[in-house]
Write a protein that binds this ligand. Structure first.
Ligand code: F6P
Length: 459
Protein backbone atom coordinates (compact mmCIF):
# COMPACT_ATOMS: atom_id res chain seq x y z
CA UNK A 1 0.00 0.00 0.00
CA UNK A 2 1.17 3.47 -0.81
CA UNK A 3 -1.76 5.64 0.21
CA UNK A 4 -4.55 5.22 2.75
CA UNK A 5 -7.45 7.39 3.89
CA UNK A 6 -8.63 8.21 7.38
CA UNK A 7 -11.85 9.77 8.63
CA UNK A 8 -13.53 10.56 11.93
CA UNK A 9 -17.25 9.80 12.07
CA UNK A 10 -19.97 10.33 14.68
CA UNK A 11 -19.79 12.72 17.61
CA UNK A 12 -16.44 14.26 18.41
CA UNK A 13 -14.47 12.56 21.18
CA UNK A 14 -11.44 13.84 23.07
CA UNK A 15 -8.92 11.29 21.73
CA UNK A 16 -9.59 11.63 18.00
CA UNK A 17 -6.51 13.69 17.22
CA UNK A 18 -4.38 11.31 19.28
CA UNK A 19 -5.68 8.37 17.24
CA UNK A 20 -5.09 10.17 13.95
CA UNK A 21 -1.62 11.08 15.17
CA UNK A 22 -0.82 7.46 16.02
CA UNK A 23 -1.95 6.36 12.56
CA UNK A 24 0.02 9.08 10.81
CA UNK A 25 3.20 8.37 12.76
CA UNK A 26 3.03 4.68 11.91
CA UNK A 27 2.26 5.50 8.28
CA UNK A 28 5.33 7.75 8.14
CA UNK A 29 7.48 4.95 9.51
CA UNK A 30 6.10 2.63 6.86
CA UNK A 31 6.32 5.22 4.06
CA UNK A 32 2.61 5.46 3.39
CA UNK A 33 0.72 8.60 2.52
CA UNK A 34 -2.37 9.44 4.60
CA UNK A 35 -5.27 11.46 3.28
CA UNK A 36 -7.63 12.80 5.94
CA UNK A 37 -11.21 13.07 4.70
CA UNK A 38 -13.05 16.16 5.85
CA UNK A 39 -16.14 15.70 8.03
CA UNK A 40 -16.35 11.93 8.12
CA UNK A 41 -18.31 10.05 5.47
CA UNK A 42 -19.69 13.38 4.25
CA UNK A 43 -16.41 13.90 2.34
CA UNK A 44 -16.91 10.66 0.42
CA UNK A 45 -20.46 11.63 -0.57
CA UNK A 46 -19.13 14.86 -2.04
CA UNK A 47 -17.97 14.42 -5.70
CA UNK A 48 -15.00 16.67 -4.89
CA UNK A 49 -13.96 14.59 -1.85
CA UNK A 50 -12.44 17.36 0.29
CA UNK A 51 -9.32 15.98 1.95
CA UNK A 52 -6.05 16.94 3.57
CA UNK A 53 -2.62 15.35 3.19
CA UNK A 54 -1.76 14.55 6.78
CA UNK A 55 1.88 13.55 6.19
CA UNK A 56 3.36 15.27 3.15
CA UNK A 57 6.94 14.04 2.63
CA UNK A 58 6.21 11.48 5.36
CA UNK A 59 6.14 14.17 8.04
CA UNK A 60 3.01 14.76 10.17
CA UNK A 61 1.50 18.20 9.64
CA UNK A 62 2.04 20.46 12.67
CA UNK A 63 -1.69 20.93 13.29
CA UNK A 64 -1.86 17.31 14.40
CA UNK A 65 -1.79 17.80 18.17
CA UNK A 66 -2.63 14.88 20.47
CA UNK A 67 -3.65 17.23 23.29
CA UNK A 68 -6.29 19.01 21.23
CA UNK A 69 -9.89 17.86 21.74
CA UNK A 70 -12.20 17.22 18.79
CA UNK A 71 -10.86 16.29 15.38
CA UNK A 72 -8.77 18.43 13.08
CA UNK A 73 -10.38 16.82 10.01
CA UNK A 74 -13.95 17.40 11.24
CA UNK A 75 -16.69 14.88 11.93
CA UNK A 76 -20.31 14.36 11.00
CA UNK A 77 -23.02 11.82 11.58
CA UNK A 78 -23.37 11.10 7.85
CA UNK A 79 -23.74 7.42 7.49
CA UNK A 80 -23.25 4.89 4.66
CA UNK A 81 -26.51 3.12 3.86
CA UNK A 82 -25.68 -0.48 2.88
CA UNK A 83 -28.77 -0.60 0.62
CA UNK A 84 -27.83 2.51 -1.32
CA UNK A 85 -25.75 0.70 -3.95
CA UNK A 86 -25.41 3.61 -6.42
CA UNK A 87 -23.92 5.86 -3.70
CA UNK A 88 -21.56 3.13 -2.54
CA UNK A 89 -20.40 2.62 -6.13
CA UNK A 90 -19.74 6.37 -6.45
CA UNK A 91 -17.78 6.44 -3.20
CA UNK A 92 -15.68 3.45 -4.25
CA UNK A 93 -14.96 5.06 -7.60
CA UNK A 94 -13.86 8.32 -5.93
CA UNK A 95 -11.54 6.46 -3.58
CA UNK A 96 -10.06 4.60 -6.52
CA UNK A 97 -9.45 7.83 -8.41
CA UNK A 98 -7.65 9.19 -5.37
CA UNK A 99 -5.59 5.98 -5.29
CA UNK A 100 -6.71 5.19 -1.77
CA UNK A 101 -5.86 1.55 -1.06
CA UNK A 102 -7.23 1.23 2.45
CA UNK A 103 -9.49 3.21 4.77
CA UNK A 104 -9.31 3.77 8.53
CA UNK A 105 -12.54 4.95 10.11
CA UNK A 106 -12.30 6.27 13.64
CA UNK A 107 -15.68 5.84 15.23
CA UNK A 108 -18.10 3.85 17.32
CA UNK A 109 -20.77 1.25 16.66
CA UNK A 110 -22.61 3.44 14.11
CA UNK A 111 -19.40 4.00 12.15
CA UNK A 112 -18.61 0.30 12.22
CA UNK A 113 -22.08 -0.44 10.85
CA UNK A 114 -21.56 2.13 8.07
CA UNK A 115 -18.08 0.84 7.31
CA UNK A 116 -19.42 -2.65 6.57
CA UNK A 117 -20.87 -1.48 3.28
CA UNK A 118 -17.47 -0.24 2.11
CA UNK A 119 -15.51 -3.22 3.38
CA UNK A 120 -16.67 -5.34 0.43
CA UNK A 121 -14.85 -2.96 -1.91
CA UNK A 122 -11.62 -1.95 -0.19
CA UNK A 123 -9.73 -2.91 2.99
CA UNK A 124 -11.16 -1.07 5.98
CA UNK A 125 -10.19 -0.92 9.64
CA UNK A 126 -12.02 0.68 12.53
CA UNK A 127 -10.07 2.49 15.22
CA UNK A 128 -12.52 2.78 18.12
CA UNK A 129 -13.59 5.96 19.83
CA UNK A 130 -16.65 6.97 21.79
CA UNK A 131 -17.30 8.63 25.10
CA UNK A 132 -20.28 6.27 25.49
CA UNK A 133 -17.93 3.24 25.73
CA UNK A 134 -20.57 1.23 23.90
CA UNK A 135 -18.38 -0.18 21.15
CA UNK A 136 -17.41 -3.64 22.28
CA UNK A 137 -18.73 -6.90 23.60
CA UNK A 138 -19.14 -7.98 27.18
CA UNK A 139 -18.26 -11.47 25.97
CA UNK A 140 -17.52 -13.03 22.63
CA UNK A 141 -20.92 -14.59 21.89
CA UNK A 142 -23.00 -11.55 22.92
CA UNK A 143 -24.19 -10.68 19.36
CA UNK A 144 -25.75 -14.16 19.06
CA UNK A 145 -28.24 -13.21 21.77
CA UNK A 146 -30.03 -10.75 19.48
CA UNK A 147 -32.94 -11.95 17.40
CA UNK A 148 -35.84 -10.38 15.56
CA UNK A 149 -39.50 -10.87 16.28
CA UNK A 150 -42.59 -9.38 14.61
CA UNK A 151 -43.13 -5.74 15.60
CA UNK A 152 -46.41 -3.98 16.42
CA UNK A 153 -47.02 -2.80 12.82
CA UNK A 154 -47.90 -5.46 10.21
CA UNK A 155 -44.73 -6.57 8.41
CA UNK A 156 -42.47 -4.81 10.91
CA UNK A 157 -39.92 -6.44 13.18
CA UNK A 158 -38.08 -5.49 16.32
CA UNK A 159 -34.92 -6.60 18.04
CA UNK A 160 -35.17 -8.61 21.21
CA UNK A 161 -32.39 -9.93 23.37
CA UNK A 162 -32.36 -13.41 24.81
CA UNK A 163 -31.11 -13.82 28.39
CA UNK A 164 -27.38 -14.15 28.67
CA UNK A 165 -25.96 -17.53 29.63
CA UNK A 166 -22.18 -17.43 29.82
CA UNK A 167 -20.30 -16.65 33.00
CA UNK A 168 -19.10 -13.08 32.88
CA UNK A 169 -15.39 -12.47 33.17
CA UNK A 170 -13.63 -9.10 32.79
CA UNK A 171 -10.75 -10.76 30.91
CA UNK A 172 -13.16 -11.83 28.17
CA UNK A 173 -14.52 -8.40 27.31
CA UNK A 174 -13.86 -7.44 23.71
CA UNK A 175 -12.62 -3.85 23.54
CA UNK A 176 -12.58 -3.33 27.31
CA UNK A 177 -12.69 0.44 27.01
CA UNK A 178 -12.70 3.03 24.27
CA UNK A 179 -10.60 6.20 24.00
CA UNK A 180 -12.71 9.20 24.93
CA UNK A 181 -14.50 7.48 27.78
CA UNK A 182 -11.89 8.28 30.42
CA UNK A 183 -11.90 11.99 29.63
CA UNK A 184 -15.70 12.13 29.65
CA UNK A 185 -15.80 10.38 33.03
CA UNK A 186 -13.14 12.74 34.35
CA UNK A 187 -15.28 15.76 33.43
CA UNK A 188 -18.51 14.19 34.68
CA UNK A 189 -17.10 13.07 38.03
CA UNK A 190 -15.66 16.52 38.54
CA UNK A 191 -19.04 18.08 37.71
CA UNK A 192 -20.72 15.83 40.27
CA UNK A 193 -18.26 16.86 42.99
CA UNK A 194 -18.72 20.53 42.21
CA UNK A 195 -22.51 20.42 42.09
CA UNK A 196 -22.50 18.72 45.48
CA UNK A 197 -21.39 21.98 47.09
CA UNK A 198 -24.63 23.74 46.17
CA UNK A 199 -26.81 20.77 47.11
CA UNK A 200 -25.06 20.55 50.48
CA UNK A 201 -25.14 24.25 51.28
CA UNK A 202 -28.73 24.88 50.17
CA UNK A 203 -30.33 21.59 51.29
CA UNK A 204 -31.13 20.65 47.71
CA UNK A 205 -31.45 17.53 45.62
CA UNK A 206 -29.35 17.66 42.46
CA UNK A 207 -30.07 15.48 39.45
CA UNK A 208 -27.14 15.39 37.05
CA UNK A 209 -27.63 13.98 33.57
CA UNK A 210 -24.71 12.52 31.68
CA UNK A 211 -24.59 11.35 28.06
CA UNK A 212 -24.16 7.78 26.86
CA UNK A 213 -27.36 7.10 24.90
CA UNK A 214 -28.72 3.68 25.92
CA UNK A 215 -25.55 2.67 27.63
CA UNK A 216 -24.81 3.51 31.26
CA UNK A 217 -21.00 3.41 31.32
CA UNK A 218 -20.68 7.16 31.67
CA UNK A 219 -23.16 7.25 34.54
CA UNK A 220 -21.34 4.34 36.16
CA UNK A 221 -17.99 6.12 35.82
CA UNK A 222 -19.45 9.36 37.21
CA UNK A 223 -19.75 7.43 40.48
CA UNK A 224 -16.15 8.56 41.05
CA UNK A 225 -17.70 11.95 41.92
CA UNK A 226 -19.50 10.18 44.82
CA UNK A 227 -23.13 10.80 43.94
CA UNK A 228 -25.58 9.16 46.35
CA UNK A 229 -27.53 7.46 43.58
CA UNK A 230 -26.58 6.32 40.08
CA UNK A 231 -29.27 5.46 37.54
CA UNK A 232 -28.31 3.67 34.33
CA UNK A 233 -30.44 2.92 31.24
CA UNK A 234 -29.90 -0.83 31.58
CA UNK A 235 -31.83 -0.97 34.87
CA UNK A 236 -35.44 0.22 34.40
CA UNK A 237 -36.37 2.89 36.91
CA UNK A 238 -38.08 1.65 40.04
CA UNK A 239 -39.74 4.82 41.33
CA UNK A 240 -40.54 3.40 44.77
CA UNK A 241 -36.94 2.40 45.35
CA UNK A 242 -35.67 5.73 44.10
CA UNK A 243 -37.97 7.73 46.37
CA UNK A 244 -37.14 5.55 49.34
CA UNK A 245 -33.42 5.97 48.71
CA UNK A 246 -33.66 9.74 48.16
CA UNK A 247 -35.56 10.16 51.43
CA UNK A 248 -33.11 8.07 53.38
CA UNK A 249 -30.12 10.01 52.02
CA UNK A 250 -31.81 13.39 52.45
CA UNK A 251 -32.89 12.63 56.00
CA UNK A 252 -29.31 11.88 56.92
CA UNK A 253 -27.40 14.63 55.15
CA UNK A 254 -29.97 17.23 54.04
CA UNK A 255 -28.91 16.96 50.43
CA UNK A 256 -28.77 14.32 47.74
CA UNK A 257 -26.99 13.99 44.42
CA UNK A 258 -28.33 11.71 41.73
CA UNK A 259 -26.53 10.90 38.47
CA UNK A 260 -28.62 9.59 35.61
CA UNK A 261 -27.71 8.41 32.14
CA UNK A 262 -29.64 10.27 29.44
CA UNK A 263 -31.17 7.01 28.21
CA UNK A 264 -32.80 5.78 31.46
CA UNK A 265 -36.09 3.96 30.94
CA UNK A 266 -39.23 3.37 32.96
CA UNK A 267 -40.55 -0.06 33.88
CA UNK A 268 -42.17 -0.41 30.43
CA UNK A 269 -38.81 0.24 28.77
CA UNK A 270 -39.86 3.72 27.60
CA UNK A 271 -37.06 6.32 27.65
CA UNK A 272 -37.77 9.03 30.21
CA UNK A 273 -35.96 11.61 28.15
CA UNK A 274 -36.75 10.82 24.55
CA UNK A 275 -38.16 13.16 21.99
CA UNK A 276 -39.78 10.23 20.24
CA UNK A 277 -40.04 11.70 16.76
CA UNK A 278 -36.54 13.08 16.70
CA UNK A 279 -33.47 11.22 15.40
CA UNK A 280 -30.04 12.41 14.28
CA UNK A 281 -28.80 11.78 10.67
CA UNK A 282 -27.50 8.33 11.65
CA UNK A 283 -30.96 7.38 12.92
CA UNK A 284 -30.11 7.58 16.63
CA UNK A 285 -32.97 8.70 18.84
CA UNK A 286 -32.24 12.15 20.30
CA UNK A 287 -32.31 11.78 24.07
CA UNK A 288 -32.95 14.82 26.16
CA UNK A 289 -34.73 15.55 29.39
CA UNK A 290 -34.19 12.42 31.48
CA UNK A 291 -33.15 14.54 34.46
CA UNK A 292 -36.16 16.83 33.99
CA UNK A 293 -38.50 13.85 33.98
CA UNK A 294 -36.90 12.53 37.16
CA UNK A 295 -37.29 15.93 38.74
CA UNK A 296 -41.03 15.95 37.94
CA UNK A 297 -41.38 12.50 39.47
CA UNK A 298 -39.61 13.55 42.66
CA UNK A 299 -41.48 16.85 42.93
CA UNK A 300 -44.73 14.94 42.74
CA UNK A 301 -43.74 12.15 45.09
CA UNK A 302 -42.03 14.23 47.78
CA UNK A 303 -44.33 17.26 47.64
CA UNK A 304 -43.77 20.72 49.11
CA UNK A 305 -44.50 19.87 52.73
CA UNK A 306 -41.65 17.39 52.84
CA UNK A 307 -39.30 20.36 52.44
CA UNK A 308 -41.29 23.14 54.16
CA UNK A 309 -42.17 21.17 57.33
CA UNK A 310 -38.51 20.93 58.28
CA UNK A 311 -37.72 24.41 56.95
CA UNK A 312 -35.24 22.95 54.54
CA UNK A 313 -36.63 24.63 51.46
CA UNK A 314 -39.61 26.67 50.26
CA UNK A 315 -40.96 24.04 47.90
CA UNK A 316 -40.10 20.83 46.12
CA UNK A 317 -39.52 22.88 42.97
CA UNK A 318 -36.99 25.05 44.75
CA UNK A 319 -35.26 22.09 46.35
CA UNK A 320 -34.84 19.77 43.36
CA UNK A 321 -32.71 20.98 40.49
CA UNK A 322 -31.18 19.45 37.37
CA UNK A 323 -27.94 19.98 35.48
CA UNK A 324 -26.67 18.35 32.33
CA UNK A 325 -22.95 17.86 31.99
CA UNK A 326 -23.68 18.10 28.26
CA UNK A 327 -20.99 18.58 25.64
CA UNK A 328 -18.48 19.64 28.29
CA UNK A 329 -17.90 15.93 28.88
CA UNK A 330 -17.02 15.38 25.24
CA UNK A 331 -14.72 18.29 24.58
CA UNK A 332 -11.31 19.62 25.43
CA UNK A 333 -7.96 18.11 26.20
CA UNK A 334 -7.98 14.33 26.47
CA UNK A 335 -6.57 12.85 29.65
CA UNK A 336 -3.41 10.75 29.55
CA UNK A 337 -5.22 7.38 29.28
CA UNK A 338 -7.12 8.44 26.16
CA UNK A 339 -4.12 9.99 24.47
CA UNK A 340 -1.85 7.06 25.19
CA UNK A 341 -4.21 4.36 23.94
CA UNK A 342 -5.66 6.52 21.17
CA UNK A 343 -2.17 6.82 19.66
CA UNK A 344 -1.58 3.08 19.97
CA UNK A 345 -4.91 2.12 18.42
CA UNK A 346 -4.32 4.52 15.53
CA UNK A 347 -0.88 3.01 14.89
CA UNK A 348 -2.23 -0.51 15.11
CA UNK A 349 -4.96 0.30 12.57
CA UNK A 350 -2.29 1.08 9.98
CA UNK A 351 -0.51 -2.18 10.78
CA UNK A 352 -3.76 -4.08 10.34
CA UNK A 353 -4.30 -2.62 6.88
CA UNK A 354 -0.75 -3.48 5.91
CA UNK A 355 -1.05 -6.99 7.27
CA UNK A 356 -4.02 -7.54 4.97
CA UNK A 357 -6.97 -7.28 7.38
CA UNK A 358 -9.80 -6.30 5.09
CA UNK A 359 -12.47 -5.57 7.70
CA UNK A 360 -10.71 -5.39 11.04
CA UNK A 361 -11.16 -3.54 14.30
CA UNK A 362 -8.25 -2.48 16.52
CA UNK A 363 -9.25 -3.13 20.12
CA UNK A 364 -7.99 -2.30 23.58
CA UNK A 365 -8.03 -5.42 25.72
CA UNK A 366 -7.43 -5.92 29.42
CA UNK A 367 -6.57 -8.93 31.48
CA UNK A 368 -5.60 -9.44 35.08
CA UNK A 369 -2.30 -10.86 33.96
CA UNK A 370 -1.31 -8.48 31.19
CA UNK A 371 -3.09 -5.24 32.04
CA UNK A 372 -4.03 -3.25 28.94
CA UNK A 373 -2.83 -4.38 25.53
CA UNK A 374 -3.71 -3.69 21.90
CA UNK A 375 -5.20 -6.43 19.77
CA UNK A 376 -7.54 -6.84 16.83
CA UNK A 377 -10.75 -8.64 15.93
CA UNK A 378 -12.80 -9.04 12.78
CA UNK A 379 -15.65 -6.58 12.39
CA UNK A 380 -17.86 -9.60 11.79
CA UNK A 381 -17.37 -10.59 15.43
CA UNK A 382 -19.49 -7.60 16.41
CA UNK A 383 -22.33 -8.38 14.01
CA UNK A 384 -25.48 -10.23 14.97
CA UNK A 385 -26.90 -13.01 12.80
CA UNK A 386 -28.51 -10.40 10.51
CA UNK A 387 -25.32 -8.34 10.19
CA UNK A 388 -26.22 -5.48 12.54
CA UNK A 389 -23.83 -4.15 15.18
CA UNK A 390 -25.45 -3.25 18.51
CA UNK A 391 -24.26 -0.76 21.07
CA UNK A 392 -22.74 -2.50 24.09
CA UNK A 393 -24.66 -2.02 27.31
CA UNK A 394 -23.46 -2.15 30.88
CA UNK A 395 -23.56 -5.78 32.00
CA UNK A 396 -26.10 -6.38 34.76
CA UNK A 397 -23.34 -7.65 37.05
CA UNK A 398 -21.72 -4.17 37.03
CA UNK A 399 -24.68 -2.52 38.75
CA UNK A 400 -26.37 -3.01 42.09
CA UNK A 401 -30.02 -2.33 41.27
CA UNK A 402 -30.96 -2.42 44.99
CA UNK A 403 -28.38 0.06 46.21
CA UNK A 404 -28.53 2.07 42.95
CA UNK A 405 -24.76 2.11 42.70
CA UNK A 406 -21.98 0.29 40.84
CA UNK A 407 -21.65 -3.26 42.11
CA UNK A 408 -18.38 -4.76 43.34
CA UNK A 409 -17.69 -6.08 39.83
CA UNK A 410 -18.59 -2.68 38.38
CA UNK A 411 -15.93 -1.17 40.64
CA UNK A 412 -13.46 -3.88 39.56
CA UNK A 413 -14.20 -2.95 35.96
CA UNK A 414 -13.52 0.77 36.48
CA UNK A 415 -10.41 0.56 38.62
CA UNK A 416 -7.87 -0.53 35.94
CA UNK A 417 -9.01 2.30 33.67
CA UNK A 418 -8.99 5.09 36.19
CA UNK A 419 -6.23 4.22 38.62
CA UNK A 420 -3.75 5.87 36.27
CA UNK A 421 -6.01 7.68 33.83
CA UNK A 422 -4.74 11.12 34.74
CA UNK A 423 -1.19 12.12 33.95
CA UNK A 424 0.66 14.73 35.99
CA UNK A 425 0.79 16.80 32.82
CA UNK A 426 -3.02 16.88 32.63
CA UNK A 427 -3.32 19.02 35.74
CA UNK A 428 -0.15 20.93 34.95
CA UNK A 429 -1.60 21.84 31.54
CA UNK A 430 -4.61 23.42 33.26
CA UNK A 431 -2.32 25.30 35.64
CA UNK A 432 -0.21 26.65 32.83
CA UNK A 433 -2.77 27.40 30.18
CA UNK A 434 -6.12 28.47 31.61
CA UNK A 435 -5.20 31.86 33.03
CA UNK A 436 -2.72 32.91 30.40
CA UNK A 437 -3.07 36.65 29.84
CA UNK A 438 -3.10 36.01 26.10
CA UNK A 439 -6.39 34.11 26.53
CA UNK A 440 -7.91 37.51 27.32
CA UNK A 441 -6.04 39.58 24.81
CA UNK A 442 -5.88 37.31 21.75
CA UNK A 443 -8.79 35.89 19.76
CA UNK A 444 -9.21 32.12 19.69
CA UNK A 445 -7.30 30.58 16.82
CA UNK A 446 -9.25 27.64 15.41
CA UNK A 447 -7.43 24.69 13.90
CA UNK A 448 -10.09 24.81 11.16
CA UNK A 449 -8.49 27.99 9.80
CA UNK A 450 -5.16 26.22 9.29
CA UNK A 451 -6.72 23.04 7.94
CA UNK A 452 -8.81 25.02 5.43
CA UNK A 453 -5.60 26.13 3.80
CA UNK A 454 -4.59 22.52 3.31
CA UNK A 455 -7.82 21.15 1.84
CA UNK A 456 -7.47 19.61 -1.60
CA UNK A 457 -10.13 18.17 -3.90
CA UNK A 458 -10.51 15.33 -6.36
CA UNK A 459 -9.95 16.91 -9.79
O1 F6P B 1 -22.52 9.25 20.96
C1 F6P B 1 -21.90 10.26 21.64
C2 F6P B 1 -22.89 11.24 22.20
O2 F6P B 1 -22.17 12.21 22.92
C3 F6P B 1 -24.02 10.65 23.03
O3 F6P B 1 -23.62 10.35 24.33
C4 F6P B 1 -25.05 11.74 22.93
O4 F6P B 1 -26.36 11.26 23.09
C5 F6P B 1 -24.88 12.23 21.53
O5 F6P B 1 -23.57 11.91 21.15
C6 F6P B 1 -25.10 13.71 21.38
O6 F6P B 1 -24.93 14.02 20.05
P1 F6P B 1 -24.93 15.50 19.45
O7 F6P B 1 -23.65 16.16 19.83
O8 F6P B 1 -25.05 15.28 18.00
O9 F6P B 1 -26.10 16.19 20.07
Amino acid sequence: MKRIGILTAGGDTPALNATIHGAVLRACERRIEVFGFIKGFSSLFNPRVPHVRLNPLFTPIPELDTTLGGTLIGASRDYVDANDHPTIAEVVDRLKRLQIEGLICIGGDGTLNGMQALSDHLPTVLAPKTIDNDLGLNYRHEPDEWYREPGPEPGSSRYVRAPSYGKFDLDHMVNYVTPGFATAVFVSAWAVQRIRSTAESHRRIAIIEVMGRHSGYLALGAAYGQPDIVLIPEAPLNVERLVERVISVYELQKNAVIVCGEGIVDERGQELGSETSSTDPAGNKVLTGAADSLRQILIQRLGDTYFTSKRRNESARAAIFTRKVGHTQRGGRPVHFDRFYGVQLGGHSVDLLLEGHVNGVAVLQWSQERGFYIDSVNANDFRDRYGLIHARQVHSSFYDAEALRPSRLGVDYLVPIFSEALGADDMEAVRQSLFRTSNLTQPYHSVNVDINKRIRYLE
